[in-house]
Design a protein around this ligand. Structure first.
Ligand code: ADP
Length: 500
């Protein structure tokens, strides 16, 4: 029976947010799609439609690119004092902070992630990225270069122009921030297409950017589908660069379609990251890291630690621990503050994950826990652990993008490194050990863009993030994250006196 104290301490359920922006945002105007079409966005926890959103296509993208082009070619944005650009990005962050609870609720409603994750994880990280790049705005400069002959040579770092930005549904606010931050700091203008599953928070952020005083046409948002709106951004001759986060298959289509106009491309794609636990590790910390590494964001993370390599001498006990932790993970209503895991984003992702679970069983792996749907409404899946997984099984090779962990056993370090690297992906990896020499040695030998040692999913706006191999190219975050938005111009001046 609930006591008075229980009631007073009971955490409050977050309120449902209002949906205010559902139209296209082009040249500072909120407008319907030229076709008049709209599409539904759903709440993955209830499968109910929450809003009709304007469905942009090639005609709308063309209007957005014209607006972005004009803002870049003749508007104030790339020409203003760079420190003022930084100030406006900080202003946007102030407005985000002012609405942080409502934004978190909107993110949760559209994506299904626990509202507490959005409030305590996604949005603070988004602010971190935007403020970090606001600080770069007035610190982007070239070099003077000693050359042979009587010349003065220097470089300028100039904005690449109009950036087309296409983002996925797993971290809508965070991906918007990672894309806008370096683009705005360098003085680029933007045409963004959020994912069709989760357009709402990106539109809300565009409204806040407008309120912050970022000039019309600098940020344009065209919600819609990949093969129509997305492809139109990729093909448009007025777009100088495309930054894409999503699947490798889509990246291949984009690369082919970008070939005609030789667009600059940066890609952040999938992963099948090895999370490696040596017997000498702090095993409680490693188990917590394995748990977060696979289950964060319902397993819908490109850097998920989905291949857990455990040294044979501790394998069985370690598996017992992670199975017990998986069983006690709270799956349910994303608006309940006690919830740790919400639904997958949509029916297609749900079906894909359940397909991999069936295939894992069929290929002979042991489903140690989970493997089933939770409830009958919403796309909820039990935290799932497979043991006795062999390297060649689909669940050990392919990106599942769900709460499904494959545990693999190892005994020898050289063999481990070979197996960990035997993948087309190379986004992230982690090593758990108390042996400092081994930690650095394995970190050096792993072919991945990020290696965590005795931690997992540690992000900082100052630390570059991106992939080796088929996990992409170019880096986001850090100083390297600016590179994709800058051209380098070399200016060489003859120092010979006139008339000689
Ligand atoms: P996921 O499997 O995570 O949904 P996708 O690569 O399909 O990954 O989607 C990521 C983003 O790419 C979304 O915004 C989607 O609409 C967009 N997209 C999908 N297909 C294309 C395409 N052919 N051209 C451009 N963008 C696309």
């Amino acid at each position: 029976m609930a006591t008075v104290t229980d009631v007073r301490n009971a955490p409050k359920k977050a309120a449902l947010p209002q949906i205010r922006q559902t139209q296209l945002f082009i040249g500072g105007q909120w407008i319907p799609a030229k076709s008049g079409k709209t599409f539904e966005t759903c709440n993955p926890a209830t499968e109910e439609v929450i809003a009709q959103v304007a469905e942009g296509d090639a005609a709308d993208v063309d209007a957005a690119v014209r607006a972005a082009r004009e803002a870049f070619d003749s508007g104030p944005w790339p020409r203003m004092n760079a420190r003022e650009r930084g100030r406006l990005i900080h202003k946007l962050c102030d407005l985000i902070e002012g609405e942080i609870d409502e934004l978190a609720a909107l993110e949760s409603l559209d994506n299904g992630k626990p509202v507490s994750d959005a409030r305590l994880g996604d949005i603070p990280l988004a602010l971190d990225a935007l403020r970090y790049y606001a600080g770069w705005a007035d610190k982007i400069h070239g070099q003077t270069i000693p050359v042979s002959g009587n010349f003065f040579t220097y470089t300028r770092r100039e904005a690449v122009g109009v950036a087309g930005q296409i983002i996925p549904w797993n971290f809508p606010i965070l991906m918007t921030a990672w894309k806008w931050g370096p683009a705005l700091a360098t003085g680029c203008t933007v045409v963004m297409k959020p994912a069709e599953q989760t357009p709402l928070t990106c539109l809300r952020l565009a409204r806040l950017a407008q309120k912050a005083g970022i000039p019309d046409g600098v940020i344009n948002v065209v919600p819609g589908f990949g093969p129509t709106a997305g492809a139109a951004i990729v093909k448009h001759p007025g777009v100088d660069k495309v930054a894409f986060t999503g699947s490798g298959e889509t990246a291949q289509i984009i690369m082919r379609q970008a070939a005609d106009s030789l667009k600059r491309l940066t890609f952040e794609l999938g992963g099948k990251s090895p999370n490696i636990v040596f017997a000498d590790a702090d095993l409680a910390a490693a188990a917590a890291g394995a748990h977060v590494g696979i289950y964060l964001n319902q397993g819908q993370c490109c850097c998920a630690g989905s291949r857990l390599f455990v040294e044979d001498s501790i394998h069985d006990a370690f598996v017992d621990t992670i199975v017990a932790m998986s069983r006690s993970r709270k799956v349910g209503d994303p608006f309940d503050p006690a919830t740790e895991q919400g639904p997958q984003v949509d029916q297609a992702q749900f079906d894909k994950i359940m397909g991999y679970i069936a295939q894992g069983k069929q290929e002979g792996a042991t489903c140690a826990t989970g493997g089933k749907r939770v409830g009958t409404k919403g796309f909820f899946i039990e935290p799932t652990v497979f043991t006795n997984v062999k390297d060649e099984m689909a669940i050990a090779r392919e990106e599942i993008f769900g709460p499904v962990l494959s545990v693999l056993k190892f005994s020898d370090t050289d063999e481990l490194v070979r197996r960990a690297n035997a993948t087309n992906f190379g986004l992230a990896a982690a090593v758990w050990t108390r042996d400092i020499a081994r930690a650095h040695d394995v970190a050096r030998r792993l072919r991945a863009g990020t290696v965590w040692v005795n931690c997992y999913d540690v992000f900082d706006a100052a630390a570059p993030f991106g992939g080796y191999k088929r996990s992409g190219f170019g880096r986001e975050l850090g100083e390297r994250g600016l590179d994709g938005y800058l051209e380098t111009k070399t200016v060489t001046v003859s120092l010979d006196p006139p008339g000689r």
